[in-house]
Design a protein around this ligand. Structure first.
Ligand code: ADP
Ligand code: MG
Length: 235
């Protein structure tokens, strides 16, 4: 899980991104021209009121949705120009997602949950096991590899979800309210872990959050309001 020697690995450029959804017959503008530059290896907290388009922006960066206009470039790849199949391939190589509600499969062990996205990679079974094991070590849960989600605390479940996100050694970690279901102690542990992924492994972390404490763990906090970014603050 080495970070690349290319120092722009994980650099995100968002330029003039617009997105609206149709609700019934009316178009609702969610993003009305977002510009943002994120340096590789940084943790950026994306804040803003509920419904301000945070998840929409995160999903666009992760290639889960299509922008109506504008460009998103990650390193040398303009992801907004990729076709669906290219985008899916790019995503499985470069993006690890972390969700508020962990989204672990209850009948699988921690180890098996972490291995799951690796099935999309050209790896042998032994390599898959090894990479998942290593990811669990990074989040400090190697000793829980055989536990099912129901046998873990919420904080441990989210750490397994982080291990799943990093197992394929992605360029970007995209986290949507990763501490929303956690108490303060576990939330801080998760935030600290996301910061370590940037500082020690060189990952670029974009995190949507309502948690004011998250800013302390981020290099940069940006606020989304009424479809645009306001008050871009650097730590
Ligand atoms: P946030 O994450 O900041 O709470 P979202 O990005 O989830 O906001 O949503 C922004 C707005 O876009 C909301 O009004 C939401 O209802 C709307 N929206 C999000 N996704 C869809 C969708 N797939 N179809 C229609 N409207 C959507
Ligand atoms: Mg959201």
């Amino acid at each position: 899980m080495s970070s690349s020697s290319q120092d722009r690995r994980g650099h995100i450029t968002i330029a003039g991104v617009r997105k609206s959804y149709t609700r019934g017959t009316e178009a609702v503008t969610v993003l009305s021209g977002v510009d943002l530059e994120i340096e590789a290896g940084r943790v950026v907290a994306l804040m803003g009121p509920s419904g301000s388009g945070k998840s929409t922006l995160l999903n666009l960066v992760g290639g889960l949705d299509h922008a109506d206009a504008g460009r998103i470039t990650v390193d040398t790849t303009e992801i907004t120009a990729l076709h669906a199949d290219e985008l899916a391939a790019w995503r499985s190589r470069h993006v690890g997602f972390v969700f508020q509600s962990f989204n672990l499969i209850p009948v699988l062990t921690a180890q098996e949950n972490v291995e799951l996205p690796l099935l999309l990679q050209p790896l042998s079974k032994a390599q898959r096991k090894e990479q998942a094991r290593y990811a669990l070590e990074i989040v400090g849960l190697a000793d829980r590899a055989g536990h099912r989600p129901g046998q873990l605390s919420g904080g441990q479940e989210q750490r397994v979800a982080i291990a799943r996100a990093i197992a394929s050694d992605p360029t970007l970690i995209l986290a949507d309210e990763p501490t929303g279901d956690l108490d303060r102690t576990n939330a801080d542990a998760v935030l600290q872990m996301l910061r370590r992924l940037a500082d020690e492994l060189g990952k670029t972390v974009l995190m949507v959050t309502h948690d004011n404490a998250a800013s302390a763990f981020a290099h940069q906090t940006v606020h989304l309001d009424k479809g645009a970014l306001a008050g871009v603050a650097h730590a």
